[in-house]
Design a protein around this ligand. Structure first.
Ligand SMILES: *[C@@H]1O[C@H](CO)[C@@H](O)[C@H](O)[C@H]1NC(C)=O
Length: 433
């Protein structure tokens, strides 16, 4: 959705301040029911409407302001009250949650250059505000996306960390989609009388270009807006991996190694380390689940069923005698994947061997879906695996680039280290690709 393009203002000059004294323990105060207005955050204005956590400046009329407020209070209730994310009413310049708490300012503007909305920030006060073009004031895909940026600012530790930069959009779209569709936000939506919405996933990009680096900010081919189903997978945690689940937020921020400019994958690696799972395994399981979009997200699953015929699955070239080779342009890059539907004829035993040609490490998985919708995942050993595919069942092979070690990389400036795909061949018996 090009219209959702917005700007993250990352200043090179500021660093966070550790305001919490090293001695003494502060017991966090409970937030007040009505936050304090701060008209100095953003341009201010003479006409506004307040809610407990927001101030809406310049709305077309009261009805628009009320609708924006209901949507944002619902989002606040879901992410801050129910899921425990840090309040955007708290300054990111202080490393404690003891207040003061300020209303988040939202400014309605006639238009914004090249964007529907954006989230500037007052670096001195440590508070963000939202600018929203008039026509988008009540659109969750825009406004809750920007609210996601405000939440990321409030969490603090990704600010000025360039290798997290592209992930801000991934998080913001995750926030918007979770608000719109997730059972996690259902109580909050109900409380503020907000409807469940449609998913904003773009599966033709996510799956059709799954060979790309998992979060890629390259101009014209970027996937950083679309890559959020990875976060949905981590958050829903259908594989019940210790260290994942709803706690990844605020975990990816609170556990961020201060000023390290590490990537979010590095934080996730630490979050799951106590449970003994490797981040490479998590990424491989995520892509395996994307074969049939089996990530506990019914609306995404429905979207996949209706769009699958339009998704580009042409990943392999036929070399004859059951041998296939990955197309060079679609070799899976850093933490990217190929999802390969297998054509079978009736009940059959399928056996597959994936062989890396040259450098790199791959994790292949066989995935089989029953007519009922239940999906089973067959891990492969040393690149080989086999599975009995029953009548009416459907099989896919998922091949994921899982390098031995994480790379410190900036998705906006990919280099060969991450943006070179792994070449491989596949031998298939019992099916064709
Ligand atoms: C699959 O392999 C098993 C074990 O070798 C065999 O019993 C079964 O008949 C095979 N199924 C098909 C459909 O060929």
């Amino acid at each position: 959705m090009k219209t959702l393009t917005q700007i993250v203002s990352l200043s090179a000059v500021s660093t966070l301040v550790d305001a919490l004294p090293s001695t003494g323990v502060l017991i966090p105060r409970a937030p007040p029911s009505d936050f304090t207005p701060n008209p100095n955050v953003g341009p201010g204005g003479s006409r506004w409407k307040d809610s407990p956590h927001f101030r809406i400046y310049g709305a077309t009329n009261d009805a628009v302001a009320d609708r924006t407020i209901a949507m944002l209070e619902a989002a606040y209730n879901c992410f801050v009250d129910d899921l425990g994310w840090r309040s955007p009413g708290l300054s990111f310049r202080q490393d404690h949650d003891n207040g003061p708490w300020h209303k988040l300012n939202v400014y309605q503007l006639e238009t914004l250059p090249g964007a529907a909305a954006n989230t500037p920030t007052d670096l001195n006060r440590g508070l963000a505000w939202l600018n929203v073009a008039k026509t988008w004031m009540t659109e969750p895909g825009v406004v809750v996306h920007e609210f996601g940026h405000a939440l990321t600012y409030s969490a603090g530790w990704w600010i000025d960390q360039y290798r997290t930069g592209a992930w801000w959009e991934t998080v913001a779209n995750f926030v918007a989609d979770t608000y719109l569709t997730s059972p996690h936000c259902a109580p909050a939506r109900a409380k503020y009388n907000q409807p469940e919405g449609n998913t904003i996933m773009e599966l033709k990009k996510v799956i059709g270009d799954s060979f790309q680096v998992i979060v890629d900010g390259t101009v014209n081919t970027a996937n950083h807006y679309q890559a959020f189903p990875f976060l949905t997978y981590l958050h829903n945690n259908p594989d019940q991996i210790q260290g994942l689940g709803t706690s990844i937020f605020p975990g990816v921020w609170t556990q961020y190694k201060r000023y390290s400019d590490e990537t979010p994958l590095h934080v996730l690696e630490r979050l799951i380390a106590p449970g003994g799972t490797k981040i490479q395994t998590v990424v491989a399981k995520y892509w395996a689940r994307m074969a049939f979009v089996d990530i506990n997200h019914p609306k995404a699953q429905t979207m996949w069923r209706s769009q699958r015929s339009q998704i580009n699955y042409a990943n392999l070239d036929n070399q004859g005698s059951g041998r296939w080779r990955v197309k060079s342009a679609r070799r899976p890059r850093y933490m990217g994947a190929n999802i390969i539907p297998l054509k079978t004829n009736g009940a059959v035993n399928v056996s597959v061997t994936v062989t890396v040609s040259g450098a790199g490490r791959l994790t292949p998985t066989l995935v089989v879906r029953q007519a009922s919708g239940a999906v089973r995942y067959i891990e492969m050993v040393s690149g080989s695996g086999n599975v009995a595919v029953g009548n009416g069942e459907e099989a896919m092979l998922v091949v994921v680039n899982t390098p031995a070690n994480l790379v410190l990389f900036d998705p906006f400036k990919l280099t060969a280290e991450t943006n070179t795909g792994v070449d491989y061949t596949v031998q298939i018996v019992g099916a064709t690709a």
